[in-house]
Ligand binder design. Sequence first.
Ligand SMILES: NC(=O)C1=CN([C@@H]2O[C@H](COP(=O)(O)OP(=O)(O)OC[C@H]3O[C@@H](n4cnc5c(N)ncnc54)[C@H](OP(=O)(O)O)[C@@H]3O)[C@@H](O)[C@H]2O)C=CC1
Ligand SMILES: O=C(O)[C@@H]1CCC=N1
Length: 264
Amino acid sequence: MKIGFIGCGNMASAMISGMLKKGLYKKDEIIVSNLTEEGSKRSREKLGVVTTLDNHEVVKNTKLVFLAVKPQFYEEVLNEVKDELTPEHTVVGIAPGKTLAWLEEKCGQPLKVVRMMPNTPAQVGEGMTGVCANEKVSAEELAQICEITDSFGRTEVVPERLMDAVSAVSGCSPAYVFMFIEAMADAAVAQGMPRKQAYQFAAQALLGSAKMVLETGMHPGELKDMVCSPAGSTIEGVRILEQNGFRSAVFEALNGAAEKGKKM
Ligand SMILES: NC(=O)C1=CN([C@@H]2O[C@H](COP(=O)(O)OP(=O)(O)OC[C@H]3O[C@@H](n4cnc5c(N)ncnc54)[C@H](OP(=O)(O)O)[C@@H]3O)[C@@H](O)[C@H]2O)C=CC1
Ligand SMILES: O=C(O)[C@@H]1CCC=N1
């Protein structure tokens, strides 16, 4: 087996779906563990990968182990498997607040450790992942890790001090973006548009706007100004957003998420 996941819930499933769609691995090269038989069945049916309820099986069958359980279970899981970890293993943490130093210490021996923060758009190949690694991971090994994260989106190698910012701006932000899409669609529904159509308009407007930022390299403010006709309808909406603290609400939400992540 080439890659293993301890825990296979929302995030691991999104990453694996992206990898499989891209053809990076075959289904029988991926092993995942779940806590419950129900979860295991879901992983088999949804992803078709090799499943187990025994975390030891993941560590025994692959040298690349992703920890994809909730942060509060990291310590318990590492305690359970640490005796089977060898210097050939690379352990990858994807949780906020679990630093390289913390992961190294809980592995109980000097090991190759990678910390990354992916996001659920990985499921459709549009993930954004920040990655950093300890000094035992060679440049070639880090490139192999980035090949994995590139298979489900974009990757940036960042210094570890930026990982809390990465968590907020790409790990957590899809939740806020979905809330924004829902709110835009609600408004369109209030104006008489059928709901399904409203989601399509709202989501495509967001997708196109994001693509303009990424592909034109223009400043988001300039792109905003291009939409706001003098005395037009858009600038009226901008006034109302500013009046309601839109920017400040977003700023505070991401700041709160980053600060919370530091403590996890
Ligand atoms: N969701 C997101 O958008 C993101 C999440 N992350 C990080 O990813 C990690 C996983 O989050 P997420 O996927 O959302 O969580 P989920 O609750 O969806 O999945 C957690 C998984 O862990 C399994 N599990 C729990 N305890 C154990 C155990 N002792 N041994 C083996 N498996 C276990 C569960 O099994 P079962 O299926 O049987 O219940 C489940 O499959 C977290 O650390 C989170 O911070 C990072 C970036 C984004
Ligand atoms: O909510 C969380 O803590 C995780 C980390 C980033 C996204 N979800």
